[in-house]
Design a binder for this molecule. Structure first.
Ligand code: PLP
Length: 420
């Protein structure tokens, strides 16, 4: 039987089928990506997309909220319990908007925001020069230590003392090590700054107990819901009761109109999934896989930023191999190994063709790969990168990767179309 989409729009139907096949037939290692459960997809694709629900449960601007109030309350309560936070807001459309809302809750335009430099691992929205966060706020970036590529609290404290920011944001998009939120909180307190912890990448690791939680230390915690947390695309804010009203007002009506109620319902589903013991096993396996992959890459002569990983993410510095990050990522993609090119700290090359490749294990762990397969993936990567000018070797490696994908099909409960 043809689906409604197939009947109504054969072109989009066909493209979605192709994407489903692509996602099954490659090893996905972009560290911000994952596979969500069918249950999360079902909620995302529900009639809740039809409903406007501006406001918050019990305080809406439109009628007909008998069901949506319950949905959002469930999502908020589950998030609160999962992260042991006083307050949760599940309405931000994405992690970027969640960050903007966190800042606008805690500071005025023109005040100083201190965040990790993008080229050292921070996110665009931590005050990078092309981001609106640097236009509305006075952005003061902090680097990592130029010898170790690690967060250096002496440097961070010096910059904080000098600039006395209103908000310090910690958290990263390309940092392979544990973040010490407690020390950040101490520095923030010492200069009278608020601390925002952005755990977009590591939220699932925090929930699974393999990364310390910032909730006891940060004024506001910001996250996406779709990376290691394995929910629908969205954003979320957690905070202490003292900031709850400001945070809620910053999201609506400060930055957004009607929340995506279908996404809120899927966040509720994902939070329930993340509270099960299997999710802690999943989070542990993400880190085990990342360490196995990283160690094998280093045995094969690759230079990893910080010399390894504590979390789900690996940053390869390719300068000792004489390959640019972009041609490397493109060759890997041709061999069904999907990563992204990325700057490394103090990269002499430009961001459009930087010296690094960034990868991670959340999606391949959802797929069921364990340490032995993570090591095989490292070997496939080395074969491609050692033969970057040899298309035959790249193609042959792609066949081996396809065989690994067949051996570890995406589990049925993660695929969106059963018949794909
Ligand atoms: C991904 C990410 C974001 C932004 O999330 P979007 O949902 O893409 O807007 C914010 N902060 C960090 C650290 C991230 O890694």
């Amino acid at each position: 039987m043809r689906t409604a989409l197939e009947q109504s729009d054969a072109e989009i139907y066909e493209l979605i089928q192709q994407e489903e096949i692509r996602q099954s037939g490659v090893i996905r290692m972009i560290p911000s990506e994952n596979y969500v459960s069918k249950a999360v997809m079902e909620a995302t694709a529900s009639c809740l997309t039809n409903k406007y629900a501006e406001g918050y449960p019990g305080k809406r601007y439109y009628e007909g909220q008998q069901v949506t109030d319950q949905v959002e309350t469930l999502a908020r309560e589950r998030a609160r319990h999962l992260f042991q936070a006083d307050h949760a807001n599940v309405q931000p459309y994405s992690g970027s908007i969640a960050n903007m809302a966190a800042y606008s809750a805690l500071m005025q335009p023109g005040e100083t925001l201190m965040g990790m430099s993008l080229v050292h691992g921070g996110h665009l929205t931590h005050g990078w020069k092309v981001s609106a966060t640097s236009k509305f706020f006075n952005s003061v970036p902090y680097p990592v230590n130029s010898d170790t590529s690690l967060l250096d609290f002496n440097i961070i404290e010096d910059i904080a003392r000098k600039h006395r920011p209103q908000v310090i944001v910690c958290g990263a998009t390309a940092y392979p090590r544990t973040i010490d939120f407690k020390t950040f909180a101490g520095i923030a307190a010492g200069v009278g700054a608020y601390l925002v912890a952005d755990i977009a990448h590591i939220a699932g690791l925090v929930v699974g107990g393999v990364h310390p939680s910032p909730v006891p230390y940060a004024d506001v915690v910001s996250t996406t819901t779709h990376k290691t947390l394995r929910g629908p695309r969205g954003g979320m804010l957690l905070c202490k009761e003292a900031h709850a009203k400001k945070v809620d007002r910053a999201v609506f009506p400060g930055l957004q109109g009607g929340p995506f109620m279908h996404t809120c319902s899927a966040i509720a589903v994902a939070m329930a999934e993340a509270s099960r013991p299997e999710f802690a096993d999943y989070a542990q396996q993400i880190v085990k896989n990342a360490k196995a992959l990283a160690n094998r890459l280093m045995e094969l002569g690759f230079d990893l930023v910080t010399g390894g990983t504590d979390n789900h993410l690996i940053l390869i510095d390719l300068r000792n191999r004489g390959i640019g990050g972009k041609p490397a990522a493109k060759a890997l993609d041709r061999a069904r190994l999907v990563t992204n090119y990325n700057t490394v700290p103090n990269d002499p090359a430009p961001p459009m063709n930087p010296s690094g490749v960034r990868l991670g294990t959340p999606a391949l762990t959802s797929r069921g790969l364990k340490e032995p397969q993570a090591m095989r993936v490292a070997e496939f990567m080395a074969r491609v990168l050692d033969n970057i000018d040899n298309e035959a070797v790249i193609e042959a490696t792609g066949k081996d990767v396809a065989a690994l994908c067949d051996e570890f099909p995406v589990p049925d409960h993660f695929m969106s179309l059963a018949e794909a």
